[in-house]
Write a protein that binds this ligand. Sequence first.
Ligand SMILES: Cc1cc2nc3c(=O)[nH]c(=O)nc-3n(C[C@H](O)[C@H](O)[C@H](O)COP(=O)(O)OP(=O)(O)OC[C@H]3O[C@@H](n4cnc5c(N)ncnc54)[C@H](O)[C@@H]3O)c2cc1C
Length: 312
Amino acid sequence: MSQDTDTIKVLIVGSGPAGYTAAIYASRAGLSPVMYTGIQPGGQLTITNDVENYPGYPEGVMGPQMMEDFRKQAERFGTDVRYGVVTSVDFSQRPYVVEVDESKTIKAETVIISTGASAKWLGIESETRLNGKGVSACAVCDGFFFRGKDVAIVGGGDTACEEASYLANICNKVYMLVRRDELRASQIMQKRVMNNAKIEILWNHETEEILGEEEVSGVRVKNNQTGEERVLDVAAFFVAIGHQPNTGIFSGQIDMDQNGYIQTLPGSTKTNVPGVFACGDAQDHEYRQAVTAAGTGCMAALDAERYISALE
Ligand SMILES: Cc1cc2nc3c(=O)[nH]c(=O)nc-3n(C[C@H](O)[C@H](O)[C@H](O)COP(=O)(O)OP(=O)(O)OC[C@H]3O[C@@H](n4cnc5c(N)ncnc54)[C@H](O)[C@@H]3O)c2cc1C
């Protein structure tokens, strides 16, 4: 295993909106940050088409283009962007020891974790084929493209209820597909969807196939009690069955909640380990937007800068 001899001041793990924003701030503060991109350089937005809700792009922007802009801006100020995956960390010794690609170790005074999260999917073929063509895991991101239309959403938890309510404000009708005969969501969220005339809950229903060639044209669903099938005439299919934060490598090294989201001190990006900061979707199960990820990326760089200044 090779080893870098120099200690990096700010190591950024992950190259989504949170990581790149942290990089822009840290490099402009003269901290010479090093970023490891992970297996998805640019993060989640590289798998989407139009982004219309990020300020500064009045005509909207393609996700991959936006992340290319982020990268260029970070590199312009001197961020060292490296292609590689962090495979383990040791936060028990200072400086912190980080292993990359299971082949190299580096040392860092501070670590900014911006490894994001991944949406959970049903795992059926038509869902993959029509992803980005009417299939989406983010109602807040993509609901607007289907305003005035009929849509379906699958899920029975708080997020699914929240997203169904959000869609009901802009779409004509929302079919909510619930696998069981009850919702897992809190009472208040249950009431909200049940009292919304634009939301029809289909209890005990599962998705058999999402229909359409170039874009979603419907969904074939099945009642798992009676076996009866029907086709819903919808223009979009939203999956709201949860997210998985990409934080496995930090397990046992840092405090997380029971779902694996890194815990930060409210109002900051500080974790329970001094000098280790977390931003973006890896610590946010609530908002999960590019602009909020970028906002906390900025906070993480400022927190790291203050931490380093206090050491010197
Ligand atoms: C299809 C889709 C469409 C979306 N549309 C919008 C939209 O229109 N507007 C909007 O605001 N939001 C949208 N979102 C949500 C938005 O993409 C996320 O909120 C945002 O990308 C989160 O940023 P992040 O920096 O926290 O993490 P991510 O973008 O998830 O990036 C995580 C980064 O961490 C890296 N990484 C992970 N593990 C490691 C490791 N071990 N070592 C090194 N690197 C690692 C990955 O390679 C990746 O670069 C969309 C999401 C999806 C999936």
